[in-house]
Structures are given as structure tokens and as C-alpha cells.
Ligand binder design. Structure first.
Ligand code: NI
Length: 167
């Protein structure tokens, strides 16, 4: 297994739209294993393939404290959603920034698992938020893009400054 490099906002590649996975195979499973290792090491509760510069519709989430509830969603599609939830979010591609985003409180998602088997996940709370956040990545959207233009400009400036300081 390997730790993958996570793209950092405002990297343009985070805005690429991911393609559907046509065949779930050993290459897919290897990527999923490396993504999981990367997410747990970070540590984070979710990761989209987009964030490791692979533009395929693959996301993983694990909101458990024990790190043993990994969910793999390939070609995820939200088939139902209800309610509103305001939750403070962070992102491994936007380190140190936490902002509140409004999302659906409950969702049903249809996806393929790592063996290519179709399943439906009903989620609420943190899991629902996390899945919506990761699906956004596949569409090329980073959570800070829900904020005002002014806030986004401030966040970009802050992250660029930090990047310069660490070089
Ligand atoms: Ni994220």
C-alpha cells in the first residue's frame, strides 16, 4: 500500500470532473486500498479519487472513531434527499480551514462497491454530510466554493501564504 499525494486547494486539478468507472477491477481495488491508507494516515473521514489526481468516480468514507467502517462508493448517485443540515466541514485538500455548509440532512445513495456490486446506502448525520462533500469533489467542487466570493478569496490568500512559508 502507499500514501498518495493529496492535491491542495486552489490546485486547478481539483476542478476536473471525474468519469464513471466502467469496470471495477484489481486496479480499482488497489487505488481504493491506497486511498484508504492515505485517508487514515492524514487523518480524515473521507477522500475522493479527484483529491489524489485520479479523475474517476470513486469515494471512500469512514466516520467511525474506530476506523473500521470503511465505505467505498463507486459511481455514487444520490437518489433521494431530505431535510437541511448545517455542519462545519473541513477537507484534506483545504488544510486548517473549517466552515459551515448547508446540505441535505438525509440521503440515499446508489453506488457500486469495490467488487462491482450495486448497493444503496441510507445515511444521515455526519455520514450524509461526508458523502455529499466527497461526491462534490467528483464534480470538481470544493466545499469552500459554497462560501461568499470574499471568503473564498481570503481562504486562497491564506493558503498561498502558508504554502510560501513552507517552501
Ligand atoms: Ni474534501
Amino acid at each position: 500500500m502507499a500514501i498518495l499525494k493529496i492535491l491542495q486547494y486552489p490546485d486547478e486539478r481539483l476542478h476536473k470532473v471525474a468519469k464513471k468507472v466502467l469496470q471495477v477491477d484489481e486496479t480499482t481495488r488497489k487505488l481504493v486500498r491506497n486511498m484508504a491508507e492515505t485517508m487514515y494516515a492524514a487523518p480524515g473521514v473521507g477522500l475522493a479519487a479527484t483529491q489524489v489526481d485520479v479523475h474517476e468516480q470513486i469515494i471512500i468514507v469512514d466516520v467511525s472513531e474506530t476506523h473500521d467502517q470503511l465505505k467505498v462508493l463507486i459511481n455514487p448517485e444520490i437518489i433521494a434527499s431530505s431535510g437541511d443540515s448545517d455542519c462545519e466541514e473541513g477537507c484534506l485538500s483545504v488544510p486548517g480551514i473549517f466552515e459551515t455548509v448547508r446540505r441535505a440532512a438525509r440521503i440515499s445513495v446508489r453506488a457500486l462497491d469495490e467488487n462491482g456490486k450495486i448497493f444503496t446506502l441510507d445515511a444521515e448525520g455526519l455520514l450524509a454530510v461526508c458523502v455529499q462533500h466527497e461526491i462534490d469533489h467528483l464534480r470538481g467542487k470544493v466545499f469552500v466554493e459554497y462560501l461568499s466570493q470574499l471568503k473564498q478569496a481570503r481562504i486562497r490568500a491564506k493558503l498561498k501564504k502558508r504554502l510560501r512559508e513552507t517552501m
